[in-house]
Every structure is written in structure tokens, then in C-alpha cells.
Design a protein around this ligand. Sequence first.
Ligand code: ADP
Length: 466
Amino acid sequence: MKKKLSNQFLGNFFVIFFIMILDIVLAFVLLSYASGLISDSLIKNKFPASAIIKDDYRQIDISAVVENGGGIQVVDKEYRVVYSRGLDTIGKDRLTAEEFTTFLTESPKKPYHYDILYNPKGEFWLIVTFPTSIRLDFSLVYNKDAPASDFMRSGLVIALVVFAYLLILALFAFIYSRITAASITVPLQKLCDGTRLLREGDYSVRVDLRLKNEFAQLQDTFNDMASRIEHEISLRKKSEEDRKKLILDISHDLKNPMSSIQGYTELLMEKSGMTEKERNEYLEIILNNSKKTNKLLNELFELSQMDSPEFSLKLNKTDICEYIRQVCGDLVPQLEREGFLYEFDISEESIFLMLDTDRFGRIFQNLANNTLQYNPQGTLVSVRLTVENNQAVIDFSDDGIGVPAHLADNIFMPFIRVDDFRNSKTGGSGLGLSIAKKIAEAHGGDLTLHPKQDRGSTFRIRIPII
Ligand code: ADP
């Protein structure tokens, strides 16, 4: 790719240089043609020395020349300036033979047009001077009577100069084309390398072109794409790890009650001469383990239901203040029975939300169950409802044992429990908070944990107000 682009650039530059040379030649041809066209109308050609010269220079009509900004000088054979009118570029009354020769030879280089004519009768030179407007001195002069050796030498020099000129031009075209091509091929190559690495699975690859042109935009798009892919891949890895962990946790949590059910059922079937009391004890163990297994499976089903694309809430416009007051009222008898203290701070005004009240009730039920289950008697339970940033904020707090800070972020993940041993005894599956958070999220809100500085914890539910 690099070679092809470079060669294409080189070809293009040669074509452009060739066109430029043709253009220059054409410009000279046009210039000489155009100057031929206008030459008759130029002042200097209107008053040639031959037209005004007289044998007696005093009779020369100088008026038209002087009026048109020109000048007339007459130099006699002694090189004295015997007559001078109008523009005078000689500036002396007398010249030496050497000075006059220099004047004659140098005159074509000066910004004046000199028309010099010798009058043999009057023995003087008539010099008609006009200022030159613009003049380009470029002409090809040759004489076929010149010696062949001179022709050879001059021709060779001209050929060499043209050859050197073309060679330098070609060299410039080559270098310039390579530099221009490199400004495209180098960033392109870097982007190609980056894409190749990405294809080979290196998602950390980023391209740094240090450019500010369109390639920089391409670089930003590429880097953005790479970081998105990297992010997606890491999410996929994490979700794969989570899935594996979930399967491990489920099988671990099902293994114990299932083996216990199997063991006691076999015992019931095989053991003879069992007392009524013994038999009831075994049946109770089987029943408890069945309940535990059933609860776990139901919660797992609920959790996976909420992850399925078909899951939807049955939303109704609900006054959240009224609803929370009702839920708290229902909670009071249980709190009092268990010896818990309570305080509720719920606004009297109406705040309307779109709620699936059945599902939303599960959040409250779970938070209340946890508080009662994991905290000692005398724990103060408080519920507070405020409005913040167009969201209803419900704080469900207790001043109990609290959740350790290091678990605060993960406590909403399935099967996360503060104390595995204690919970498995008390029957906690570690799924309740995951379900509660998913319900809050399905309502467009969130459920977060804010460990309290002193004691206990605050679970905060946020739901957008309509
Ligand atoms: P579980 O079914 O085990 O209760 P959850 O997801 O509801 O599962 O709770 C996860 C863990 O968080 C619990 O096992 C418990 O250790 C801890 N926890 C939840 N709420 C509280 C609370 N109010 N006070 C202390 N610990 C709590």
C-alpha cells in the first residue's frame, strides 16, 4: 500500500512539473506576442530618433518628446553634450571616450529606453531617452554564420543546463512526493497496525498519531472503538465469572438441604422401631430443609424472571407518601412484637410515582425482614421520605449491627452474606437485596447502602417522580 501511494504521488508530481514547464514556455511566448502587439502604442516607439533627427540639431522638434516625459541629448564627436532638453540621464557636459563607450554598452541594462543615432553630416549623436515602464529582457539570439565549434560549445552548455534543471526538478519532485506520501502512509500504517492488533485480540491497543487533521478524527474514532470493545469484553468476562460463581453458589446452597432431606428420608424408610417423637423430629427436619430449598428456588426464579426480556412491571400512578404510611402501619405490630423501636418521618403531602405496588412491597418486606433478622431487640428502625432532584428518596435505617464497609458495594450481589455461617443457620439466601435492587432499578430508580458513621445502616431507595 505504501509503495503504491508513494508512486502515485511521484507520478502526479511529475505530471504537474511537466505542465508547469509547458506553462512557463507558453507564458514567454504569450508575453513576446503581447509586447509585439502593444509596441506601436508605446511612447518610446512613437518618437524614434530616426523620425526627428535633422542635420542641424538645433532644428530638431523636441516638444513632443519632452511633453511625453522623455529627453533629448546631442553629443558631438568630441563627446561633449552640446544640447540637452527634458530627461537627462547622462548628467554631464562632457564625456571621455571611455565614458561614452560605457554609456553605449550599459544603456540596454538601465531602466530607460535609449534610441541613439549618429548623424554623419552634423557629426553628432542624437540620444532620445524615455523611462522604461516594464521590460523583460529575455530573448534567444543566434547567428548561423558563427563558427560551428562555438555552436557546439554553446549548444552543449544549454543542453547541460536544461538537463541539470530537469534533474533538479525531478529530484525535488521525488523528495516532495515521498514527504507528501509519508504524511498519509505513516498514520495509515499506524492505524493498520492498531487494527491488526485489535483483530488479534489486543484490546488495550491505542493509536497516537500526534496530528490535528482528519487522521486525528480517525484516530479518536479508532481509540474510542477500541476502548468500547475493551470495556465490552471485560463486562462479558465479568458476567461469565458472575455466572460461574452463581452456579457454584446455587449448587452449594442446595447441596446441604437436599442431602439432609435425602439422608433423613432414607433413615425413615430403613430404620425400624422408631418412636413417634423421633419420626416427627426427622419429618420436621425434612420439612424445614424442603422449605429452605423451596424459598431459595423461588427467589432464584424471581431474580432470573427480572433479568428476562419479557419482564415488565404493572405500573400504576400511586401516592408514595400514602403508600409508605400504609406499609409502615402494617409493620408496626411485627416491630413491637419483636421488641424493636421505630420512628417514621413521612411527608403529609401527596407525591405521585408510577409504582408496581406488589413488587415495590417486596423491597420493603425484604429490608424489614433483614432488620428484624440481623439486629438485636431494642434496635431503632426509622423510615424517612423526602424529595430530592425530582426523586422520592426513602431512607430505611436502623442503628443495629450494620453492614461492614468493605461489603457495602457488593452486598447487592446474589449470595453475598456478611456472615455465611450465621445466615445459613437463620435461613438467609443472600438473594433478598439483589431482588430488591432489581425492583428499584426496574422502576427507573435505585437501591443503595449508606453505612452509618456511628451504628447501623441506611438503605436508600430512589424513585423518579412523574
Ligand atoms: P439474606 O437472604 O441473607 O438476608 P440479603 O440479600 O437480604 O440476603 O442480605 C444480604 C446480607 O446483608 C445478609 O445476609 C446480612 O448479613 C446483611 N444485612 C442485610 N440487611 C442488614 C441489616 N439491616 N443489618 C445488618 N446486616 C444486614
